[in-house]
Design a protein around this ligand. Structure first.
Ligand code: GDP
Length: 500
C-alpha cells in the first residue's frame, strides 16, 4: 500500500480513538456469522434487554439477565440508544425488527421473524452503571457500538493475497468435489466453452458471473448448507447488488499465463482486482480493524440437519473466517490493517430448538467445530469462548408420551407454516410438541459420514423452525423482552469486564 494513504489512515484511526477515549469507556462489538446464523435476532434481543432490564415495566419481575454481573449486583442503572458514530453506515433497523417480532400494528397473530442481515449496519447504546469498588464511586458510562456485518465478507480476506489465476484454480478445484460437482455442472460447462484469451464480450462475462453465482447460491441452499464460498459479496452483495464490480468469474487459466489486452481473461482479472481494491480492502480497513470485541454466530443446527459434508464445510468456513482475526499480526496484510480484537465469542444459535439436556452437547459440538479456527488465533492475545444460546426463545419444554418407552424430552412451540415432520405439515397457527432428538454425546460423531462409517446409534435429530413467541406485556402495555437462553452469559463475556 502506498505510504500516503497509510499515513492518512493512521491519522484518522488516532483521531477516532481520541474521540472514543474522551467519551469514556467504549467497546466496539462486531456481530457476525454466515447468512441466517441469527445476527439480526441476537442484536435486537441484546438491545431490548439492555434498554429495558432496569425499566419500570421490569420492576418486581424476575431478573432476566442473572449471569450479567453488573445487573445481578444491582449496579446497572440503564441503557439508552444514542446517535451512531458513523454517518456513512446504515443504522441497525432495531425498531422495525421489534415491530416484526411483536406483530405489525400490535397484532400478535401477524408476528414474524424480521428481515435478516444483508449489509453492514450499526447502532450505539450508552449504558449507565455504578462502579463496584470505592475508588471512583458514582455513575459511570460504557458506550457500546454494535456493528452487524455478514460473515461472508470475512471469507474474502484470503483473496487479498491471491492472484486471479490462483483464485480461479482453487475455485475450479473446490467445484469438482463430489458434493459440489453436480451443483457446479452448468457453470463449469459454460466455462469449458470460453476461451480465456478470446476477445472480451460483456454478455459472456455476465453469463459466467450469473452461473457462478447460481452455483454458490445452490451450495448455500438449505439442503446442502455449504458455507465456505468466496467471494462473499456474490452471496451477500449489500449495496453492490447488480453492480459491475461483481461481474466476474473464475476462468481456466494458469498462474503464469499472459493475457492479450481486451481478452476475456484480462477483463475478468481487472474486475477481480477492482473487487479486491474497492470492496474488500475498504471493509477491512474502515470497519473490521476498528472492532474491539467480536461474537461469531453459528447455525450449527442447520449444518447438523444437512449432514456431515455440511458440518465439515462449516468447519472450513469458520477457520477461514478466523484467519481475518489473525491477519495483520504476522503477514503481508499488516500493511492494510491491524485488528485489535481481544475477545471472541463463538455462539451456536437457536438452542431453543433443543431440550436443555442437549444444550451442553450443542456447545461441545461447536467447540469441536471451531477447534481448528481457535488454534489459528492462539498467540494473538485474544480470549476465546464458546457457548450455545437462543437470543429469542420460541419454545418451552415438556415431557411427552414415549409410546411405551420412557417419556420423551420435547419442546413446544408454533412451527412456521409449511414446516413438516414425516407426513405432518404445520399450519403456522397451532402449537406442537416436537421431540427434536438428542445430539450425540461424542461431538466428533457429527463429522462422520454415514456412507463411510456406520452412523453412531445416537444420531437422530430433526429440527423445525418455529414462529417467534408472543410478546408478553406489562400492565402499562410496555412490551417485555422475550425469554432467552444464555444471552446473559454472552453479555458477561463480551462487556461484563468493562462494567466492574
Ligand atoms: P442473520 O441476520 O442472517 O444472521 O439471521 P437472523 O437473525 O435473521 O435469523 C435467521 C432466522 O433464524 C430467523 O428468521 C429465525 O427464523 C431464526 N432464528 C434466529 N435466532 C433465533 C432464536 O434465538 N430462536 C429461534 N427459534 N429462531 C431463531
Amino acid at each position: 500500500m502506498p505510504l500516503i494513504p497509510d499515513l492518512l489512515y493512521e491519522t484518522r484511526a488516532i483521531a477516532r480513538s481520541l474521540i472514543d477515549y474522551s467519551a469514556g469507556a467504549h467497546v466496539r462489538l462486531g456481530v457476525t456469522g454466515l447468512s441466517r446464523a441469527g445476527k439480526t435476532i441476537f442484536i435486537t434481543a441484546l438491545i431490548e434487554h439492555l434498554t429495558k432490564a432496569t425499566s419500570p415495566a421490569m420492576r418486581g419481575r424476575k431478573n432476566t439477565l442473572p449471569v450479567f454481573r453488573v445487573h445481578a449486583e444491582g449496579r446497572l442503572i440503564g441503557g439508552a440508544l444514542e446517535p451512531q458514530p458513523d454517518d456513512d453506515v446504515p443504522r441497525f433497523a432495531y425498531e422495525d425488527h421489534i415491530d416484526a417480532l411483536a406483530g405489525p400494528g400490535g397484532r400478535p397473530e401477524a408476528r414474524h421473524w424480521p428481515q435478516s442481515t444483508r449489509r453492514i449496519s450499526e447502532m450505539r447504546l450508552r449504558l449507565a452503571f455504578q462502579q463496584k469498588g470505592g475508588l471512583r464511586p458514582g455513575r459511570h458510562f460504557l458506550t457500546l457500538d454494535i456493528v452487524d456485518y455478514p460473515g461472508e465478507w470475512l471469507l474474502d480476506l484470503p483473496l487479498l493475497t491471491k492472484s486471479f489465476a490462483q483464485w480461479s484454480k482453487e475455485s475450479f478445484a473446490a467445484a469438482s468435489s463430489a458434493a459440489r460437482a453436480p451443483l457446479a455442472a452448468q457453470w463449469r460447462g459454460f466455462a469449458a466453452q470460453n476461451d480465456p484469451k478470446a476477445k472480451f464480450i460483456e454478455s459472456e462475462a455476465r453469463q459466467a458471473a450469473e452461473l457462478f453465482t447460481a452455483y454458490l447460491r445452490a451450495c448455500r441452499a438449505e439442503e446442502f448448507g455449504f458455507s465456505s464460498l468466496p467471494p462473499g459479496r456474490f452471496l451477500m452483495p449489500g449495496d453492490l447488488a447488480g453492480s459491475p464490480a461483481l461481474t466476474f468469474a473464475p476462468l481456466a487459466v494458469e498462474p503464469n499465463d499472459v493475457f492479450p489486452p481486451n481478452s476475456l481473461a484480462a477483463m475478468m482479472e481487472r474486475r477481480y482486482e477492482a473487487y479486491k481494491a474497492h470492496v474488500v480492502k475498504p471493509f477491512f480497513r474502515d470497519h473490521f480493524s476498528r472492532l474491539d470485541r467480536q461474537i461469531v454466530l453459528v447455525d450449527a443446527l442447520a449444518a447438523l440437519n444437512a449432514g456431515p459434508a455440511a458440518i465439515r464445510d462449516l468447519e472450513v468456513a469458520l477457520a477461514d473466517v478466523l484467519t481475518a482475526f489473525r491477519a495483520g499480526r504476522s503477514n503481508i496484510l499488516s500493511a492494510l490493517f491491524r485488528p485489535k480484537i481481544d475477545r471472541i465469542l463463538f455462539a451456536a444459535t437457536k438452542a431453543d430448538h433443543l431440550h436443555h439436556t442437549s444444550h451442553d452437547r450443542l456447545e461441545a459440538i461447536l467447540r469441536q467445530l471451531t477447534a481448528k479456527a481457535i488454534a489459528r488465533v492462539e498467540g494473538v492475545g485474544a480470549e476465546v469462548d464458546v457457548i450455545a444460546l437462543a437470543a429469542v426463545r420460541a419454545t418451552r419444554e415438556a415431557k411427552v408420551d414415549g409410546h411405551g418407552g420412557p417419556a420423551l424430552e420435547a419442546v413446544i412451540g408454533t412451527p412456521i407454516e409449511g414446516e413438516r415432520i414425516g407426513g405432518e405439515i404445520f399450519d403456522g397457527k397451532t402449537e406442537a410438541a416436537i421431540f427434536p432428538g438428542e445430539l450425540p454425546a461424542d461431538p466428533k460423531a457429527v463429522f462422520r459420514d454415514p456412507a463411510g462409517a456406520p452412523p453412531p446409534p445416537d444420531i437422530d435429530y430433526r429440527f423445525v423452525r418455529f414462529r417467534p413467541p408472543i410478546v408478553a406485556r406489562a400492565a402499562d402495555g410496555t412490551a417485555l423482552p422475550a425469554p432467552h437462553i444464555r444471552l446473559d452469559r454472552a453479555l458477561q463475556f463480551l462487556i461484563g469486564d468493562k462494567m466492574t
